[in-house]
Write a protein that binds this ligand. Structure first.
Ligand code: F6R
Length: 366
């Protein structure tokens, strides 16, 4: 059942190239310049007339929501807010008829997300679900939706659910951008073709497994770890830290790299590993200066870089390479080494990777 892998988590990490393909199968027709998802097409006007999109989710799905905020706002120019479902449901939020709420949930059973959906519906919002489990409570409770089709995720730590959620939300962003005319036709076409290349790039990113295992062996006894990223990769930093916490029980924090100087930099010394997500796109130069700041305080730097990188390689203690990609699509690649790093560290520490202590796959109670 684990397909020759030692753990479900590792199997599911390796399933990602196919899972992403399954997510966009029949929906992304790059040569024709078409993105089609019934749930979106049937409700296109609601999305286009939305005053804003509110994304509600928990945990890893909330991190996917943060990536979606960046992608939807940049591509489709629709204001997006991302909320923890547990906060949203209890804080008497302002919800209007012209709001579109997107609920993201792998299991489709998360109690807080379900409650947030009910609240949004009571207030007249249109609610769209992004679920993995077909027929789940959230998929039934929402007005429309799109399944991720990632296949069953058994490992408690979410892996392929995250990358497939990002995939579908990126498809939605592109579809809305096309309808809104907020992206040039050539950029739109380019993204469609780039998306088609993602599964093979994820496959290539998985080749970092050997290096990830070597790095894991060096830092497996760490007691703390920082994860830094900017822009599209800030949510990936949060997700990387969550993966490490939940399966290895090492305390980890994710931060937007520039926030470091507002506090967390005080933590840095020679015993602090800092994972920095530094692909050659976006704010590369800014991330390089953040790395210099860590280095001058003797922090240990593990950098996720684009193949062929020179500058970060000179500064970092370790580098893990991922293939080149368009900035907005880098989260689908930078996530891979972080999953593998946590996985190997947890295995080396003798942790129960697939069923970490105190955690459940579906959180059906609040
Ligand atoms: C982390 C993890 C949890 C879930 C969260 C939401 O690896 O698995 O943080 O992401 O409990 O679950 P879903 O997506 O099922 O609503």
């Amino acid at each position: 059942e684990k397909g020759g892998y030692e753990h479900f988590m590792l199997k599911e990490i390796y399933e990602q190239p196919n899972a992403i393909k399954d997510t966009y199968r029949g929906r992304l027709l790059a040569d024709k310049g078409i993105i089609q998802m019934a749930g979106v097409e049937d409700n296109l006007e609601k999305f286009l007339n939305a005053d804003r999109i509110i994304i509600v989710a928990c945990g890893t799905s909330w991190h996917a929501g943060l990536v979606a905020e960046y992608v939807i706002e940049e591509f489709a120019r629709i204001p997006v807010e991302v909320e923890y479902a547990s906060e949203f449901r209890y804080r008497n939020p302002i919800i209007n008829k012209n709001d579109v709420v997107i609920a993201i949930s792998q299991s489709g059973e998360t109690a807080d997300t379900l409650a947030a959906i009910k609240l949004a519906k009571e207030n007249g919002a249109f609610v769209f679900g992004v679920c993995n489990v077909v027929g789940s409570s959230i998929s039934r409770e929402t007005h429309a939706g799109a399944y991720t089709h990632a296949g069953p995720e058994i490992g408690v730590a979410s892996t392929k659910a995250f990358t497939t959620q990002i995939t579908i939300l990126t498809l939605i962003a592109l579809r809305l951008a096309k309808a809104n005319g907020t992206m040039s036709v050539s950029d739109y076409q380019r993204y469609l073709h780039e998306l088609e290349l993602i599964p093979s790039k994820v496959q290539e990113a998985l080749e970092c497994n050997v290096v990830a295992e070597q790095v894991a062996a060096i830092y497996k006894d760490a007691t703390n770890c920082l994860y830094l990223g900017r822009g599209y990769n800030f949510p990936v930093a949060l997700e990387g830290a969550l993966k490490l916490k939940e399966i290895s029980y090492i305390h980890a924090e994710g931060y937007p790299a520039a926030e470091m100087k507002h506090g967390p930099i005080a933590l840095i010394d020679e015993s602090m590993p800092v994972v920095v997500i530094a692909p050659n796109k976006g704010h590369y130069d800014k991330v390089v200066s953040n790395i210099q700041e860590i280095k001058s305080r003797s922090g240990k730097i593990i950098a996720i870089v684009t193949k062929g990188d020179v500058q970060v390689k000179e500064l970092a203690d370790h580098v893990i390479e991922i293939p080149e990609a368009n900035e907005a699509l880098t989260p689908l690649l930078t996530t891979i080494p972080l999953q593998l790093l946590s996985y190997h560290i947890a295995v080396m520490r003798g942790c129960n990777v697939d069923q970490p202590r105190n955690l459940a796959k579906s959180v059906t109670v609040e």
